[in-house]
Write a protein that binds this ligand. Structure first.
Ligand code: URA
Length: 432
């Protein structure tokens, strides 16, 4: 087999065999196939796509390119939840405790934020002392004991994706459905969870800008997961505005605590309940989504979900007093209110713009090696559909910089105000 023949086959619209995919990806991971040849194949895939069978084979090859994690030592239904990345997405911090309080084993390996999207690990590390670096035995013991643990991904998992993703990032080949599906599913399938719930974000702040392509991606990922014998569902959700109101690490933890206290933003609460319902059905603990949602709401109203968050924080060395009293979180010293300059309705929000603005405040990172400032970020006070009067506060910026003029501009420009009230849809579709 020759790398060049495989590139030419895909360039001409051909279908690669499992052996060809294996030869190419395996060779690339071992350093036997050059970056320029891999780049050419990625571009050919970008333009010519892959059949579903090819994408399945690519996922399988990537999945077995490194270690896999066997969670059989955890007794009970093991659940994982993944979001394709959004702004203000702190769902794991609420959904995990809800599910764990209902008997689900929430064994979650998370990542750090990059670019405009935040990462669960950075958010959890806003809680003083919280340790995301548990070894696998401690992780498994903790899930067996209290039903929940959230740790960082091990570097030996799916090395093919690490190499491929960095290359896609610099060759303009990220936005390809087969490449995204195989990247996400290889990582999810490398860990032996029983139920996988995918949140496929759609809109200005997401990879997938339009509903049709997002739906194709979601269907493909669900079908790949099922072929590996897992229970997989994918929900298409709105990322045309931030999820909830808070963007930035400590601010998002505070919002998550408020939500577990029953005082969260409406959209975020609704999304967490929807995911909980769907997962409880997948885990066969509820018969219908509605029944699952009621169980989840009860976990919040009874305080059991909040207690579970405290157990998680305590078990991983975090200071639980911050959960009892969120006013203890240090926030950016300079608090700036961004005001509306006209009357009207919020007709659109640039979620990406707000994510980038928050990252400029130090809440996110440009390179994976950058540090984040946990105390900074943005809280939006108005969402799509809200009525606005001139002088109303649109958002509050928490900054540690003295010069915030450009960020104020970025936040202001992220709100589009028009004359007509528009409705915003939170959940577009559920695919199982
Ligand atoms: N998230 C991933 O893990 N991979 C992609 O390709 C896109 C989003």
């Amino acid at each position: 087999m020759h790398a060049l023949d495989i590139i030419i086959k895909k360039r001409n619209g051909g279908t690669l065999s499992p052996e060809e995919i294996e030869y190419f990806i395996g060779g690339y991971v071992k350093g036997e196939i050059e970056e320029y040849q891999m780049s050419a194949l990625l571009m050919a895939i970008y333009f010519n796509g892959m059949t579903d069978v090819e994408t399945y084979n690519l996922t399988k090859t990537m999945l077995y390119s490194g270690d896999t994690i066997n969670l059989d030592a955890i007794k009970g239904v093991k659940v994982d939840k993944h979001s394709t990345g959004g702004v203000g997405d702190k769902t794991t911090l609420v959904l995990g405790p809800i599910l764990a309080s209902l008997g689900i084993k929430f064994a979650k390996m998370s990542g750090r934020g990059l670019g405009h999207t935040g990462g669960t690990l950075d958010k959890l590390e806003s809680i003083p002392g919280f340790n995301v670096n548990l070894d696998m035995d401690t992780f498994i013991d903790q899930v067996n004991d209290i039903n929940i643990s959230v740790i960082g991904q091990t570097s030996s998992l799916v090395p093919a994706d690490k190499k491929l993703y960095s290359l896609r990032d610099v060759t303009g080949t990220v936005e390809s459905i087969p490449l995204i599906a195989s990247s996400i599913m290889s990582k999810k399938l490398a860990v032996s969870t029983d139920v996988i719930s995918l949140d496929v974000k759609v809109g200005s702040g997401a990879f997938m800008k339009n509903l049709d392509t997002a739906r194709k991606l979601a269907k493909l990922m669900v079908s790949i997961g099922k072929q590996f014998g897992r229970t997989v569902s994918a929900t298409l959700t709105n990322m045309d505005e931030p999820l909830g109101c808070a963007i930035g690490n400590s601010l998002e933890v505070i919002e998550a605590i408020n939500t577990l206290n029953g005082k969260g933003p409406k959209d975020f609460t609704e999304l967490c309940l929807a995911f909980a319902g769907e997962i409880l059905v997948g885990a066969k603990l509820a018969k219908t989504d509605e029944e699952g949602q009621k169980m989840a709401l009860d976990a919040i109203n009874s305080g059991r979900a909040l207690s579970k968050l405290k157990e998680l924080v305590r078990a991983q060395g975090g200071d639980v007093s911050y959960i009892d009293d969120p006013s203890k979180f240090a926030l950016g010293k300079n608090v700036i209110e961004v005001k509306a300059e006209t009357n009207g309705y919020v007709t659109h929000m640039d979620a990406l713009g707000l994510g980038v603005a928050s990252s400029h405040l130090g809440a996110g990172r440009e390179k994976i090696t950058d540090d984040v400032d946990h105390s900074t970020g943005i809280v939006v006070k108005k969402k799509v559909g809200d009525k606005i009067s001139k002088g109303d506060t649109l958002a509050v910026i928490y900054s540690n910089f003295s010069d915030n003029e450009s960020v104020i501009g970025e936040v202001k420009n992220s709100f589009v105000i028009g004359d007509e009230k528009v409705d915003s849809t939170l959940i577009y579709d559920l695919i199982r």
